[in-house]
Every structure is written in structure tokens, then in C-alpha cells.
Design a protein around this ligand. Structure first.
Ligand code: HEC
Length: 190
């Protein structure tokens, strides 16, 4: 909701009649380069395995989504609330537009032109030819997965929790480990 827009013409408010609310946690993006580097077949295999393990009660559905920077190509979705993106650059270009209102070469049109004073796309390449979305993708791709707290993980409570996590089926979806695709086989094209 644009309830803090810079001018009243662009402000939105939630009517009191809309009283069904839920909380959402914003997931962090550290280590997401590893998620980007997972081969489609690996994700599909997890879905198949889930169906076998749970007698069909859980069966992850892989959706093919388009890649903004590679028009005409699709890949299994893995980023965004509904897995609607399969590459970090697409995900970031979408977030620049929809979360921050910054148009960019992959998402060049604003969702509203009310109070607009700038020219599109707002995200322009710098002196080394990279736009902000490119730097942001590089940043995320360069981050490690936050390390496990080994001291905490060794406590009795944590060990019990870990067992419970496996026993009641959380690990059907939250799999313990995934192997990324071999280097050079990703979706990124020059
Ligand atoms: C059917 C698949 C599935 C099962 C089973 C499942 N989860 Fe999840 N879980 C998800 C998905 C998908 C998300 C990400 C939701 C999102 O991004 O909106 C998630 C998110 C979470 C998160 C938030 C992670 C974060 O980074 O903030 C926690 C914590 C979590 N699950 C715990 C559990 C626990 C505990 C169990 C077992 C009781 C469980 N989950 C079982 C699919 C599952």
C-alpha cells in the first residue's frame, strides 16, 4: 500500500472493511546465489520424492517462469512469494519496480505515473556499464549462507528439535542439503 506517498493524489489507504489481516516475514537474501545455482531437475526431483515419501499428501509443484534477461526462455521458479522468478536479476528488477518504484531496463514502466517527474528507466548504467540491478545481483550472488551457530546447534534442546523436525515431516520440504549445478551450467547468458 502506498500510504506514505509524497502527494495525496498517490496515497492509498486500507478501508476499515478490509479487516482480514496476516503477518508476513520478509526472508533474507543472503546465500540466494546458491538457490539460483540449483538445477531445475534437482527441484523437480524433490517434488517427486515428496509425493513418494508422504503417499501423495505433499507434492511440490514446479512452475516454469520466464526469465526477463533471457526472453523466450523459462526455468523453474524459486524466488518471490509465489516462486514467480527463477533468476536473481529478474527478481531484483521486479523488486526495484514494485517495492521501490525504480524503473530499470528489465522493468522499464512505472505502475503509476501520478506525480512522476523522472524519465524511464531510472536505473541507468554507471561508468563501468553496470546498472544498480546488476550490482545488486552481484552482491547477492557474492554472499555466503549465514553460518550455523554450532554452539547452539549442539545443545540438547536443539538436538531434540532437529529430530522432531525430521519426524513430523518439516524436512519433507525443508530438505537438509541440496547440491548446486556444476559451474557454467546456469541460466545466465552473456
Ligand atoms: C509443504 C512444505 C512445507 C512443510 C511440510 C513445512 N514447511 Fe516451512 N516453509 C515452507 C515454505 C514454502 C516456506 C517459505 C514461505 C514463504 O516464503 O512465504 C517455509 C518457511 C518456513 C519458515 C520461515 C523461514 C525463514 O527463512 O524465515 C520456518 C521457520 C518454517 N518454514 C518452519 C517449518 C516447520 C517447523 C515445519 C514443520 C512443523 C515446516 N516449516 C514444514 C514449506 C514447508
Amino acid at each position: 500500500m502506498n500510504d506514505r506517498a509524497i502527494g495525496p493524489q498517490a496515497q492509498e489507504t486500507i478501508p476499515a472493511t478490509e479487516n482480514i489481516r496476516t503477518l508476513r516475514a520478509a526472508l533474507n537474501t543472503l546465500g540466494d546465489g546458491f538457490v539460483e545455482a540449483i538445477d531445475d531437475s534437482t527441484l523437480k526431483a524433490i517434488g517427486e520424492r515428496q509425493a513418494e515419501e508422504t503417499g501423495g499428501r505433499i507434492h511440490g509443484e514446479a512452475i516454469e517462469v520466464s526469465i526477463f534477461e533471457a526472453p523466450g526462455q523459462t526455468r523453474v521458479g524459486r524466488f518471490g512469494w509465489k516462486d514467480q522468478h527463477s533468476s536473481l536479476l529478474s527478481f531484483i528488477a521486479d523488486a526495484y519496480l514494485n517495492e521501490m518504484g525504480i524503473t530499470n531496463r528489465l522493468r522499464p514502466k512505472d505502475v503509476t505515473t501520478v506525480l512522476k517527474t523522472t524519465k524511464d528507466p531510472e536505473d541507468q548504467p554507471d561508468d563501468i556499464g553496470l546498472a544498480d540491478i546488476d550490482h545488486f545481483a552481484q552482491f547477492i550472488r557474492g554472499t555466503m549462507v549465514p553460518p550455523r551457530d554450532t554452539t547452539l546447534a549442539a545443545t540438547e534442546a536443539a538436538l531434540q528439535g532437529q529430530q522432531l523436525f525430521g519426524r513430523i515431516g518439516c524436512s519433507t520440504c525443508h530438505v537438509q542439503s541440496i547440491t548446486t549445478a556444476p559451474a557454467g551450467t546456469g541460466p545466465r547468458k552473456p
